[in-house]
Design a protein. Sequence first.
Length: 179
Amino acid sequence: MLQAEKEQWNRLKDKPFKEKFSYFWYYYKFHTLGTLFVIFCIVMFVIAYKENSKEPSIYVALINSNYMTSVETPLMDDFVKSRNIDTDANPAKFDISMTMADDVADDGSVANSQKLMALFNGHDVDVIVADQWVIEEYASLSAFYNLEELLPEDIYLKIQDKLFYYTKEDGTTTAIGFY
């Protein structure tokens, strides 16, 4: 077999490049395409791993939004520019993928509810924008910080009338968001 290949290459030695390539492609196209596919997959994996390993500067989740990509980009771009955030080092994430229904427990709503809870538990989400029932549902699980304790007193006093307060079962009221 090795001798036969050697003879074949010797016959092709004086042939033009087009014939050599044609021979090579006929016998090795699947090997070549397979190798290129594997290299492509490895490169894409490394790029995705590198991008996803960066700590995001902010993670905003819009629940039940109907924003399209063209609207999403300027909104986050404007925020990033106003805060001078280097998105190459710390990307800003704007998640518009979650939808939940308050009256139906379909697979999508349950999965998105679990995703949001995982984001809360991992302290990954910074801001959520959602319907009031969503906010109240997660407030009942103590998923939000008390803004009275978190905000500086001068800012708290300025925005006090715009805060959303949640009353817990024990009767205590906590500022957990903005209207």
